[in-house]
Ligand binder design. Structure first.
Ligand code: IDP
Ligand code: MG
Length: 149
């Protein structure tokens, strides 16, 4: 099964949206394999967003992501990477469809509630940044016989 890395960003924690985000992930049938709340360090945030290092918004992105507690998760399931990106919606909430997390709860790109890895390769890289393998639970959920053909 495919794994992806998901973050509930500090703005969503402050706005009391943790449960709402997790609900959508669970309702879809995806499985939570690891979960932690912590304040991400500047070093970890810089590594996580290294692809954006040269972008003008990078300093404000790092201060946003490290501004308070966030929730980090490893999410597992069939096509988990693509499905999580669809659940989150477009990066810019103005373009995010209603029914997506960003479409329903956010207004600006710089405060867009959630992160999810954009490819299987990014997912493996990001999971390794935020979790050690022994923090990730490998388990079968009983609903898998209903979710998968
Ligand atoms: P993604 O989160 O949908 O993968 P990316 O383009 O990888 O989108 O950007 C990473 C994050 O950087 C975004 O989720 C958002 O928080 C922030 N970001 C991207 N572009 C801008 C911008 O133009 N202004 C402010 N923040 C931005
Ligand atoms: Mg991205």
């Amino acid at each position: 099964m495919e794994r992806t890395y998901v973050m509930i960003k500090p703005d969503a924690v402050q706005r009391g949206l943790i449960g709402n985000v997790i609900n959508r992930i669970e309702n879809k049938g995806l499985k939570i394999s690891a979960l932690r709340m912590n304040v991400i360090s500047e070093e970890t945030a810089t590594e996580h967003y290294s692809e954006h290092k040269e972008r003008p918004f990078f300093p404000s992105l790092i201060s946003y992501i490290t501004s308070g507690p966030s929730v980090s998760m490893v999410i597992e399931g069939g096509d988990a990477v693509k499905i999580m990106r669809a659940i989150n919606g477009a990066t810019n909430p103005v373009e995010a469809a209603p029914g997506t997390i960003r479409g329903d709860f956010a207004i600006e790109t710089g405060r867009n509630i959630v992160h999810a890895s954009d490819s299987v390769e990014s997912a493996e890289r990001e999971i390794a940044i935020h979790f050690s393998e022994d923090e990730i639970a490998g388990y079968t959920k009983i609903d898998e016989t209903c979710l998968y053909e």
